[in-house]
Design a protein around this ligand. Structure first.
Ligand SMILES: NC(=O)c1ccc[n+]([C@@H]2O[C@H](COP(=O)([O-])OP(=O)(O)OC[C@H]3O[C@@H](n4cnc5c(N)ncnc54)[C@H](OP(=O)(O)O)[C@@H]3O)[C@@H](O)[C@H]2O)c1
Length: 238
C-alpha cells in the first residue's frame, strides 16, 4: 500500500491512507508535513511564502479580492491563476491560513476565520503603520474572536529573506510566539520548509508584541539605519 501512496501526490496519499486505514491516523506527523494552505494576501509577503511553500510540496491556495489586483496577476503568472479563489472557498479547503495583509484588514476577515475554525491561523502582519483597533496586533484580534490555534510568525524579516533565507554561513532563523502548541508546530514546519535554519519560540501570547518590536528592529536596521534589506537574524549558540 505504501508503494501505491508514494507515486501519488503526497497530500492525496495522506488523505487516502487515513481514509482506508485507521492505522494511519496514529502515525506520527510524516504525512502531515504536506498541507493544504491558504494564504490571504498576494503581495510581497504572500507572494514569497506562496512560492516557497509550493516549492516545498504544499498545496497553496490564495484567498484574494476580486477583481484581481496587479500584484495578484503578477503572482498568478508565477504560481498559476487556478490557485486564486475567494477567501471563503480557500479557507473551507485548507488546514492552515497565513495572514499577509495589513493588520486592520484582518478585522474584516474574522467572521470567515470563525466559520473555518479548523484552520490554524498564522499571523504574519505587523502593526507598524496601522493598528487593528482596539487591538495592539492582528494576533490579539484573532484570539479575542475565539480562534485558539493562532500564532505570530513570518513577521520578523523582509519578504526578500522569505524568498531566500540562505546567507553565507547558513540560513537565517525565523521566530514565532503564541499560546497554541498546535499552531506553533505548523509554523515551525512551514518556516523550515521555506528554508529558514530554525524557528525559535519567543514564548506565549504575551510575547507577540515583543515579536512585532523585533520586526521593528529589523526595519530599523534595514531601512532607517540604511543597512539595506539583505540582512537578517540568526541565533548563534556556544
Ligand atoms: N514587506 C515585508 O517585507 C513584510 C515583512 C514581514 C511582515 N510584513 C507584513 O505583512 C503584511 C503584508 O505586507 P506586504 O509587504 O506583503 O504588503 P503588500 O505587498 O502591499 O500586499 C498586501 C496584500 O494585502 C491585500 N489587502 C490589502 N488590503 C486588504 C483588505 N482590506 N482586504 C483584503 N486584502 C487586502 C492586498 O490585496 P490587493 O492585491 O487586492 O490590493 C495585497 O494582496 C503587512 O501586515 C506587513 O506589515 C511585511
Amino acid at each position: 500500500m505504501l508503494s501505491v501512496c508514494v507515486v501519488m501526490n503526497l497530500h492525496t496519499a495522506h488523505s487516502y491512507c487515513r481514509f482506508i486505514s485507521p492505522f494511519f491516523l496514529e502515525l506520527p506527523d510524516f504525512f502531515d508535513l504536506i498541507m493544504i494552505l491558504t494564504i490571504i494576501g498576494s503581495g510581497n509577503v504572500g507572494g514569497a511564502l506562496a512560492q516557497r511553500l509550493i516549492a516545498a510540496g504544499h498545496t497553496v491556495l490564495i484567498g484574494a479580492r476580486s477583481p484581481l489586483s496587479a500584484k495578484s496577476i503578477t503572482l498568478a503568472g508565477h504560481i498559476g491563476e487556478d490557485r486564486f479563489t475567494t477567501v471563503e472557498s480557500a479557507l473551507a479547503q485548507s488546514e492552515a491560513v497565513i495572514l499577509t495583509i495589513p493588520p486592520d484588514a484582518v478585522l474584516h476577515l474574522i467572521p470567515a476565520l470563525q466559520t473555518a475554525s479548523h484552520n490554524v491561523v498564522i499571523d504574519a502582519t505587523n502593526a507598524v503603520r496601522v493598528r487593528p483597533e482596539p487591538y495592539p496586533t492582528a494576533f490579539h484580534a484573532v484570539k479575542d474572536a475565539g480562534i485558539a490555534d493562532v500564532v505570530k510568525c513570518f513577521n520578523t524579516t523582509g519578504f526578500e529573506n522569505m524568498m531566500n533565507p540562505v546567507y553565507p554561513g547558513g540560513a537565517l532563523d525565523m521566530f514565532m510566539a503564541g499560546d497554541s502548541s498546535k499552531a506553533k508546530a505548523v509554523a515551525h514546519t512551514l518556516a523550515l520548509d521555506c528554508g529558514f535554519g530554525d524557528c525559535w519560540d519567543f514564548g506565549g501570547g504575551d510575547k507577540v508584541e515583543l515579536l512585532e518590536k523585533f520586526a521593528l528592529a529589523w526595519i530599523n536596521l534595514a531601512i532607517m539605519q540604511g543597512h539595506g534589506r539583505d540582512i537578517g537574524f540568526r541565533v548563534k549558540r556556544r
